[in-house]
Design a protein around this ligand. Structure first.
Ligand code: ZN
Length: 153
């Protein structure tokens, strides 16, 4: 297993470090339709996610509000921020598909170019696969997302 070098910038690249330093969608929602929290007792990472849809709750409802707050390492914070950017404006079903795509990416499944395009900036997190101990960190906000989406169905 790789050791983590001291300089995370060189390691993770610009997109991840940008989302780590300036996380998006951290503001809490006043009236979320769903909320979920996940905790990893091994490294103390925590992710809290709130979702709000436009109109009434359904699989086709557009996610109009997202709040993602993560505590822990740079990877979980960047992943939570990228997740929030990624699902904002998608429908509940589309967000669920994106989550599956992201899992496939993290598990090293070969993805067609159209899937990589769909992932957009999230593709930057593929680098985390080189540090297996961090894959759980990257996935934790997505576990919270899936729980939140389940509550919207
Ligand atoms: Zn972590």
């Amino acid at each position: 297993m790789s050791q983590l070098p001291d300089n995370p910038d060189a390691l993770y690249g610009d997109v991840i470090m940008d989302h780590y330093r300036s996380p998006r969608h951290r503001q809490r929602l006043e009236r979320p339709d769903a909320e979920a929290e996940e905790f990893n007792p091994f490294c103390g990472d925590r992710a809290n996610l709130q979702l709000q849809v436009a109109g009434s709750v359904s699989n086709d409802a557009v996610i109009a509000g997202v709040s993602a707050v993560a505590e822990g390492c740079s990877i979980i914070q960047a992943s939570a921020s990228l997740l929030a950017d990624g699902v904002h404006g998608r429908t509940v079903d589309e967000a669920s598909d994106l989550s599956q795509l992201f899992r496939d990416l993290m598990q090293g499944k070969p993805l067609p170019p159209v899937a990589l395009e769909e992932l957009g900036e999230l593709g930057a997190l593929e680098v985390v696969r080189q540090y297996p101990v961090r894959i759980k960190c990257a996935l934790l906000p997505w576990v919270a997302l899936e729980e939140g989406l389940r509550r919207l169905r």
